[in-house]
Write a protein that binds this ligand. Structure first.
Ligand SMILES: Nc1ncnc2c1ncn2[C@@H]1O[C@H](COP(=O)(O)OP(=O)(O)OP(=O)(O)O)[C@@H](O)[C@H]1O
Ligand SMILES: [Mg+2]
Ligand SMILES: [Zn+2]
Length: 553
């Protein structure tokens, strides 16, 4: 008998065994029993949480020989064929590999014919967001006048990539990540019937690494069995899973935090010899540091980080060890490394270099520590009744800095403001703005680096009167939100004024496709030099002296 992987072997065959998606299951069962089946459904949600499974069970219910029924028998020919994906009336189409107009045309031809044995023709289109625009248009025509026997189920991990014209014709269900308890419960059941001896801690290591995806949990358990046999202890689980998913990202980051150069090089070696796909690994690493940054600066990381609560807690804990400036610096190194990896013949060298730079980075926390020392001193001077002892022009910002150390970068904003209130006649074209764009970014970099970095993902879109609209692609939503906060808009407006001598307002917009109007070829900065940073400069002016460089570890 051939070996069937756990994820397939343990695929639920009835609605009752679909865990964690009660909201979806109940509505679908009611739709069948009340004879109110819609023509199109959209199942969205992370991978491995039951979208395809639920679609098949729904199709089974519709076409079961006792059907339509919310409790398909599972044993009639139709049910069995649907479970094996061989039912002629239940067609599964993978949007990722059948992206084109031809497939959709064939589908449209095919739709006209009545179901061969069942009552419904069910089309399950997986990864629907991958279809081409043409294919979507063709699909849309079908959705406008679907024959009464047709039910579409679209599944996607990226609902925001599905055109609104399609979305508006579907009844939508959002599938959720499964909880720790739900995953642990199912793994325990599997372990029992597969006669596995798995230590409780080992099981929970798997559960945590799965990040809410039941399929990932089942596949990891499968891998552990093939490595360890039926007896699985924590040590082997940890060492094998250490190379999978998030664990390696947390591990890498811990080494960056402790500046453990030797340790990180060993880790890099394990990653490379483990055959990990390097560009993909760097992507995940950049994603991880993006999450750290959000945990650091965001008000509500839960809504911006698409991970289970436990992972977000770990991320927040790691984020505490960094300043947001350090995180931006690390992100910029990783982005450069990604470029280097793409160009280089060796994947190892760029990653090793990055690892060394990250673990020997200068301590950028000095930035906030200098400023908090500054306000400490000021407080003491004030207590002594000598408010003029420090330089007055930085006083306000230092107050702000006390309540929120991240705001200290706003100091430089003041030095930026020139000629407010004096309006020059409008004398600038959109073309001119495109021309000076690189200059603009480089001008902003030393004043407020985060603004320049966030703005790098954007493109100027249009200039109307005095309003310059700046466009972001959907995936850069976070950049836009960051620029809308903390007076960042003002920083851009001031920089524009400085360069063009024109008072413009900026506005941000999310667009479907980012039209490349300008390109910034050179990196904004080679290396982040503390000495040149305006805030540091003013601090040094006050304290006197030089910054001490930390030697290599
Ligand atoms: N809610 C769930 N309850 C029980 N098992 C589940 C659940 N979700 C997923 N599984 C397990 O994971 C396997 C894969 O699930 P499924 O194919 O339905 O995921 P999916 O959401 O369609 O993922 P993808 O987006 O990657 O296609 C199933 O065969 C089953 O073993
Ligand atoms: Mg699926
Ligand atoms: Zn049946």
């Amino acid at each position: 008998m051939s070996y069937i992987v756990f994820a397939r072997k343990w695929r639920p065959k009835d609605f009752e065994s679909v865990l964690g998606q009660e909201h979806v299951v109940t509505t679908l069962k009611n739709a069948i029993s009340q004879n109110r089946v819609a023509h199109a459904y959209l199942f969205s949600g992370p991978r491995g949480v039951g979208k395809t499974t639920t679609a098949r069970i729904f199709a089974m219910g519709l076409n079961c020989k006792n059907g339509p029924t919310p409790t398909p028998c599972g044993s009639c020919d139709s049910c069995k064929e649907t479970a094996n994906a061989t039912n002629l009336d239940v067609l599964e189409i993978d949007g990722a590999s059948n992206r084109g107009i031809d497939e959709v045309r064939t589908l449209r031809e095919n739709i006209k014919f009545a179901p061969s044995q069942g009552k419904f023709k069910v089309y399950i289109i997986d990864e629907v967001h991958m279809l081409t625009e043409e294919a979507f248009n063709a699909l849309l025509k079908t959705l406008e006048e679907p024959p009464s026997h047709v039910v579409f189920i679209f599944a996607t991990t990226r609902p925001y990539k599905v055109p609104p014209t399609i979305l508006s014709r579907c009844q939508r269900f959002d599938f959720k990540r499964l909880t720790i308890d739900e995953i642990a419960g199912k793994l325990k059941d599997i372990a029992k019937s597969e006669k596995l001896e798995i230590q409780e801690e080992a099981l929970y290591t798997v559960v945590r690494a799965a990040e809410g995806s039941m399929r990932d949990a089942e596949s990891m358990l499968d891998q552990l069995v093939s490595f360890c046999g039926r007896k699985i202890d924590l040590e082997s689980a940890a060492s094998i899973l250490g190379m999978i998913g998030q664990e390696v990202l947390f591990d890498f980051t811990d080494k960056v935090i402790t500046k453990d150069t030797a340790g990180i090089l060993k880790l890099v070696d394990r990653i490379i010899s483990g055959g990990k796909d390097m560009p993909q690994f760097l992507n995940s690493l950049i994603g991880h540091f993006r999450n750290l940054l959000i945990a650091k600066v965001g008000e509500d990381p839960q809504s911006l980080i698409d991970l289970p609560k436990e992972s977000i807690e770990r991320i927040s804990a790691q984020a505490n060890s960094f300043t947001s400036e350090s995180l931006l610096y690390i992100l910029s190194i990783l982005a450069n490394t990604q470029d280097a990896v793409r160009r280089a013949i060796s994947q190892r060298i760029p990653l090793e270099l990055a690892a060394i730079r990250l673990t020997r980075r200068e301590d950028l926390s000095s930035l906030s520590s200098i400023l908090s020392r500054l306000s400490e001193i000021e407080k003491r001077l004030e207590a002594k009744g000598n408010p003029h002892a420090t330089q007055p022009h930085v006083q306000d910002s230092r107050r702000e800095e006390k309540s929120n150390p991240e705001k200290n970068l706003n100091l430089s904003e003041e030095q930026f403001t020139v000629g407010v209130g004096v309006k020059n006649p409008l004398d600038v074209s959109f073309e001119r703005i495109c021309e000076i764009w690189p200059t603009l970014l480089r001008g902003i970099t030393p004043k407020k680096m985060s603004v320049a970095i966030f703005l790098q993902a954007a493109q100027p879109l249009k200039l109307e009167e005095r309003i310059l609209t700046i466009a972001f692609a959907r995936e850069s939503r976070f950049n836009k939100e960051a620029l809308e906060a903390n007076g960042n808009r003002r920083v851009i407006e001031n920089a524009l004024n400085e360069i063009l001598n024109q008072e413009l307002r900026v506005d941000f917009k999310i667009v479907e496709a980012l039209e490349k109007k300008v390109s910034v070829e050179e990196p904004l900065y080679e290396e982040y030099k503390e000495e040149t940073h305006e805030v540091i400069k003013s601090a040094l002016d006050i304290f006197g002296g030089n910054l001490k460089k930390k030697g290599p570890a």
